[in-house]
Design a protein around this ligand. Sequence first.
Ligand SMILES: O=C(O)C1CCN(c2ccc(-c3cc(CO)ccc3Cl)cn2)CC1
Length: 323
Amino acid sequence: LYPQVTKVAKYLPDNIVTNDDLAKVMDTSDEWIASRTGIRERRVSLKETTSDLATGVAKQLIQGIDASSIDFIIVATMTADYGTPSTACLVQSNIEANNAFCLDVNAACSGFVYALSTAEKFLSSGSYNRGLVIGAETMSTMMNWEDRSTSVLFGDGAAGVLLENTSTEVRFIDELIQSDGKRSMALYAKENVDGNPFKENDDRVSSGMVMDGKKIFDFALRDVSKNMINILEKNEEFRDSLDYVLAHQANVRILEAISKKTKIPMTKFLHNVAKYGNTSAASVPLLLVEKVEDGTITLGSNQNVILTGYGAGLTWGSILIKL
Ligand SMILES: O=C(O)C1CCN(c2ccc(-c3cc(CO)ccc3Cl)cn2)CC1
């Protein structure tokens, strides 16, 4: 019995904020944002919390199956509704998965990769057979909306997978999961702030995200490229038949730079940052869902894919998987 991704789903707040919408509330422009990041629009939740978004994903993932057969729910998020209870516990209550144990994983933009790696161990140990792994963020609650250099980069959203012990062949090939706490102050955020310029009662405070953009860019280029090269060199049959790279969607220029450094053609780097901005732990699963929906990826067809997250912590990590 081997763990397999058998279903994917996404859930996004309806409210779309374009670069021009941002230019109306802060000193920025569509030209600046689009040329430096590739981002053209993002979602900003007006009423839904991170647990609401994650619940929207979970309800789709359990369609057609008995909620009481879910053994665990892992939600990867850095924008949890509460310090406690976990967002995963709130999802459990909303979908009545009464036999599941629930936990959140906070590994920022690497969160989904860390959570998927954890879930795979739960299943391959034979202790459990079915779980939900969801990346969900309301980054709009973590922004310093006075800081145009960061608040234009991020977006809200959620996506996830149903992971089950099913197939008779191994699909999780290898992983390389890393972190470096010494560089943790390159990207950090204090408590959640609730306001944003698009809400009626914008009761925001100017704490929120603090990012040393250059340091993070260099980290992503150097450490993430090395991670991908290492794992592909260790699994050379995989390297030669790699179909796609699904990397954290922070900035299309960083993907181009990693493509150059790893010598993996840019055509293999799938991307949708233009539509959603940087949705942190939701970005890798959101990209996966969109590419399943548009037929680029077909679950069960043995496509060789590398899932890579990277972000605050600093954390980064890749999973080689046959989908
Ligand atoms: O070109 C410019 O002036 C600016 C330069 C700074 N930029 C950055 C810098 C860092 C990130 C980023 C963030 C995370 C966190 O998820 C992870 C990975 C990355 Cl590479 C995204 N954009 C925007 C354009």
